[in-house]
Ligand binder design. Structure first.
Ligand SMILES: N[C@@H](CCC(=O)N[C@@H](CS)C(=O)NCC(=O)O)C(=O)O
Length: 126
């Protein structure tokens, strides 16, 4: 029998390791944000800042709430070898946390990276 987690947007087939789950998420979604809370309701200021930036840039993304799962919260730190949340992945590659994303946004690198990697943005807001 396949068991899945009780609730939340990303039920995990419990026969999968957390590493396999993370890998499948970052490989099947162009942009993934591991965060505290949800894009609609961030539960940490750092996660909230990245949400604001991604929404401003107009890129579609999947938010995964690490507060739903201790396994995911610890697993993503190990997977990326990065100690904190949020963590942004684009096309399967780790980009960084809040400080890095904010800096890249401010100097235009974030928008360039999306375009270089062929990730379409809805429109450049503002
Ligand atoms: N400087 C970090 C700020 C993020 C941060 O400090 N996150 C903390 C508080 S939300 C964290 O993930 N701590 C470990 C944890 O809560 O599991 C960044 O650029 O992303």
């Amino acid at each position: 029998m396949i068991l899945t987690s009780e609730a939340g947007p990303a039920p995990r087939d419990m026969t999968m390791s957390i590493e396999q789950f993370i890998e499948s998420e970052v490989k099947s979604n162009d942009v993934v944000l591991f965060m505290k809370g949800t894009p609609q309701f961030p539960q940490c200021g750092f996660s909230g800042q990245v949400v604001q930036i991604l929404d401003h840039v107009g890129v579609p993304y999947k938010g995964l709430n690490v507060l739903d799962s201790t396994d995911l919260r610890n697993g993503i730190k190990e997977y990326s070898n990065w100690p904190t949340i949020p963590q942004l992945y684009v096309k399967g590659e780790f980009v960084g946390g809040c400080d890095i994303v904010r800096e890249m946004f401010q100097n235009g690198e974030l928008q360039k990276m999306f375009s270089d990697k062929g990730v379409s943005v809805r429109q450049a807001a503002g």
